[in-house]
Design a protein around this ligand. Sequence first.
Ligand code: NDP
Length: 289
Amino acid sequence: MTTRTTFLGLGAMGSALAAAALDTGRPSVVWNRTPDKARALGERGATVTETVEEAITGDGVVVVCLLDHQSVHAVVDPVAARLAGRTVINLTTTTPNQARGLATWAAEHGITYLDGAIMAVPRMIGHPDAAIFYSGPEAAFGENRDLLDLWGRSDYFGTDPGFASLRDMAMLVGMYTMFAGFLHGAAMVGAEGVSATDFARRQGPFLASMTGQLADLATAVDAKEHAGAGQQSLEFTEAALDLLVTASLDQGVSIEVLRPVHDIVHRQVAAGYGRQGTARIVEALRSTR
Ligand code: NDP
C-alpha cells in the first residue's frame, strides 16, 4: 500500500512537487502558512490541513519546501517531538552548513533527514530535464526513490548532508555570474538602442557553444597543469579583458561585474604566469582551509 506523503510549503516549488505526486495518484497531505495556496491542490485530490500538526499526523515521509533555513525551523521546530521516527526530506535551498545543522537537529529528535537541492524551476518538475541532488542517509534515499524519481533525475552525493547543497551552490555560482555577464552585455548594446531580446538571440547560442570548453578547463584544473599547449594564455585573456573594460566604459556601462575577473587575471600576469593557461585563475580562488 502506498503511504501518504506530507508536503509542508506550497509556494511555486512546493506546489509543483505536490502536484507531481498527486498526478500519479499518490495520497498527499498538504499544508501552507497562507491557506489559499493549498486550494488548487485540494481540488486535485490532496488532503488540505489547517495546521502543521494535522499535516504530519500518521505515517509517510514529510517533504519540506519553504523559503529558507529560518522558515524550515519556524515550521518544524514546534513539531519536532511528533516527527520522531519519521523521514523528513528537505528541498528548501540552504547552505551546506545549514543543511548539516538541520541534520544534527533532526538526529537530536530521532528524525531521519535527507537533504535535497533542486536544479530546476517549478515548470520542469516531473520532466526529465529536472534534477534534484540529495545527500544524507543512503537508505533514506533508496527507500524513497519512487517518490523522488517522480520529480526528475535523482542524484545522490553521499552521506554528508551538506554535499547536495554544496553541489547546488557551486552550480549556481556559474549560473548567476553568467546571468550578470549577459546583463552587462545587454547594457552595452542597450546604450545604442539594441534590445536585450535581440542580444539574447545571439548570446544564448554563443554561451551554449562556449560550454564546450568546460571539459578542457576542468582537465587542466584537476591536473594542476596550466602550462599545457592549447590553453588560452593569461596574457591573451588579460588583453581581451582590457578591451572589454575599455569598451564598457566607452558605452557608459559599469564594470562592477567585469572588474573582479579582470583584476584576478591581471594579478596572475603580474606574478609572472602570463604564458600559463587561463584555467590558472582557479589557483587564486582555491580554498586555503
Ligand atoms: P515561494 O516564495 O513561492 O514560496 C515560499 C514558501 O515558503 C511559501 O510556502 C511560504 O508561505 C513559505 N514561507 C516563507 N516563510 C515562512 C515562514 N516563516 N513560515 C512558514 N512558511 C513560510 O518559493 P518557492 O516555492 O519558489 O521556493 C521554495 C524553495 O525552493 C526555496 O528554498 C527555493 O530556493 C527553492 N527552489 C526554488 C526554485 C524556483 O525556481 N522557484 C528553484 C530551485 C529551488 P506563504 O505562502 O504563507 O508565504
